[in-house]
Write a protein that binds this ligand. Structure first.
Ligand SMILES: [Fe+2]
Length: 476
């Protein structure tokens, strides 16, 4: 996708995808947004979204979606009103590109080798202290709330959430101030026994434990064979290696998942044009470390995990893993009794046809993370040829769906579920999605009743905001 230098207009009736590739200005101080419909008064908190927001710097024009310069957005909702602010997070990168005309280390939009490896060549200091570089990389893919070991009280605005934004597939994290959005520090995963030169691959979405522990991997490609170091960052901020995987080929892995006691890593090589190579699932002990079992499945690729649940029962302990795109539930049977060399197969237990249930950027009610659950929500495609055009709710129990499909062409983002305080039902709450409207060439924060999938109201932005992949909800 090539960024355009002209302003966004005359896109009514078209796929709104292109609207997000026009540069916009940051809004340091919060501004109120015009409301259409009604925003429930019980919604109190802030929605964070990251996106590329600047595409042209001097003579440099970004030629790939991931080469835009990052910006964070904060939408504060209270008493039915919505305000927003935003902040650029990569000004030093912009300065460098402005002066040289080149991305440091190579961009995604030019040489393929640079695109794959060069983008991760920047050097970062470790995670101790808050005095390192803070905006020398463009980081805006995912979020981790309450990242272990980071200082929480970064402003005088009460108890705060520390946000870390991970770069897609790379090994850089950026702490940002949850109120002002100021970039605080760039850092890398680190701990005793870590071999992390700062150029290794890691997952954009680590597994998260019950006490905010973080589980992820570092792929050391310089070792022969390549080593996947599976690690934990404990609640106190201490890192430790859980296992080393040395019998798997290098692969792109976007998500790590975990149940209460076990981390799960799936390795696939199908995205490398080799569909005859299987996908591997590894089950790893989160407490003692070590690999319990290794399963194989036919080649597939999935960016995200919806949920992972361990079925309770000593006779046949197993793990269910739900994955999006074509909704699939894999079952890892009897992993506690597995032995090295066992030929274990990950069975597909449930599958929903793509035309009915295609889903990406999946979310659930976070209170059901690692627990039996019934509903998932995500972006969906109704019209052939559109990137995404609607929001889907899948009832996994009945395998039925409900859709939010706006009257004019919209490009909705990952729907973030916000539970209604005191609710009993899993789907009693709202979905918050940033949606570009091609009829107005503007983005809207749309509030959708999660039970009925009907729109309750929307807050209208004065700009078409760049399309960000993920968001997070917090109360600060
Ligand atoms: Fe993602």
């Amino acid at each position: 996708m090539v960024a355009r230098k002209n302003s966004a207009k005359n896109c009514a009736g078209a796929d709104p995808l292109a609207l997000g590739f026009y540069s916009t200005t940051e809004v340091i101080d919060p501004i109120p947004l015009e409301i259409e419909g009604g925003i429930p008064s019980w919604i109190t908190g802030a929605l964070y979204r990251g996106a590329q927001a600047t595409w042209d710097v001097n003579n440099f024009t970004s030629e790939h979606w991931f080469d835009g310069f990052s910006r964070q957005y904060r939408f504060e909702i209270e008493n039915g009103k919505v305000s927003y602010r935003s902040r650029n997070e990569s000004d030093e990168v912009q300065d460098f590109v402005r002066e040289t005309g080149f991305w440091p280390g190579g961009s995604f939009g030019n040489d393929l080798c640079k695109a794959i490896f060069g983008a991760f060549e920047a050097n970062f200091r470790d995670a101790s202290g808050n005095k390192g570089d803070n905006n020398t990389n463009s980081v805006s893919v995912g979020y981790v709330k309450n990242f272990p070991g980071l200082a929480r009280n970064t402003t005088n605005f009460g108890p705060l959430v520390s946000l870390v934004v991970t770069i897609d597939g790379g090994n850089a994290l950026q702490q940002i101030d949850p109120v002002t959005l100021e970039p605080i520090e760039l850092f890398i995963y680190d701990g005793p026994g870590f071999s992390n030169p700062g150029s290794a691959f890691t997952s954009a979405h680590p597994g998260i434990g019950a006490n905010d522990e973080v589980y992820n991997y570092i792929l050391d490609l310089e070792s022969k064979p390549p080593i996947y170091q599976i690690f934990a960052i404990e609640a106190n901020g201490q890192g430790r290696i859980l296992a080393n995987i040395t019998d798997a080929p290098p692969a792109y892995i976007h998500s790590i998942s975990s149940t209460e006691n076990y981390a799960r890593q799936s390795l696939t090589s199908s995205n490398r044009g080799t569909p005859d190579r299987p996908t591997f699932f590894y089950v790893i002990d989160k407490k003692k470390g070590g690999i319990f079992a290794k399963y194989t499945a036919p080649a597939f690729f999935a960016f995200h995990e919806i949920n992972s649940i361990r079925k309770v029962g000593p006779e046949n302990p197993n793990i269910g893993i739900d994955l999006p795109a074509r909704f699939r539930r894999f079952r890892l049977q009897n992993f506690l009794n597995a032995h090295e060399g066992d030929d274990l197969v990950a069975k597909i237990e449930l599958e929903i046809p793509y035309d009915i249930g295609n889903i990406e950027l999946p979310r659930i009610n976070d209170n059901y993370h690692h627990k039996p659950y019934r509903y998932t929500y995500g972006v969906h495609v109704v019209k052939r040829g559109f990137f995404v055009d609607s929001i889907i709710k899948i009832d996994i129990e009945t395998q039925t769906t409900k859709l939010w499909v706006p009257e004019t062409n919209h490009l909705p983002s990952e729907p973030v579920f916000v539970p209604r305080p005191g609710c009993d039902d899993e789907d009693d709450g709202v979905l918050l999605t940033l949606a570009m409207d091609s009829a107005t060439s503007r983005s809207n924060l749309v509030v959708i009743d999660a039970k009925t999938m009907t729109e309750l109201g929307r807050a209208k932005m004065p700009i078409a905001m760049g399309y960000g992949f993920h968001g997070v909800w917090g109360r600060v």
